[in-house]
Design a protein around this ligand. Structure first.
Ligand SMILES: [Zn+2]
Length: 87
């Protein structure tokens, strides 16, 4: 394995942004097929993309406040790129 291998960790943030963005769109596109029409192979592709995002996203954390009752709100953290939420 040399340093140009595609398997090496993604360090370029711009490339990471583009890849995660494209993968997120791919995921949304795959969700357009109703579950009952999806074959096992289709589902595997869907899961691989999900895992790719999970493994490679260099999170860009955003803070947001959500109301849980009229006088109580909670601050949540989530990633702008993959939409994962953090406690
Ligand atoms: Zn993320």
């Amino acid at each position: 394995m040399n340093s140009d291998s595609l398997d090496t960790e993604i360090t370029n943030e711009c490339a990471n942004n583009k890849m995660i963005y494209s993968m997120s769109i791919a995921l949304q596109t795959l969700e357009l097929t109703p579950k009952e029409y999806q074959t096992e192979e289709y589902h595997e592709i869907y899961n691989s993309i999900k895992q790719f995002i999970e493994k490679n996203c260099i999170h860009q954390i955003e803070y947001d406040s959500i109301d849980i009752s009229p006088d109580c709100s909670k601050t949540i953290r989530y990633c702008l790129k993959c939409e994962k939420t953090f406690n």
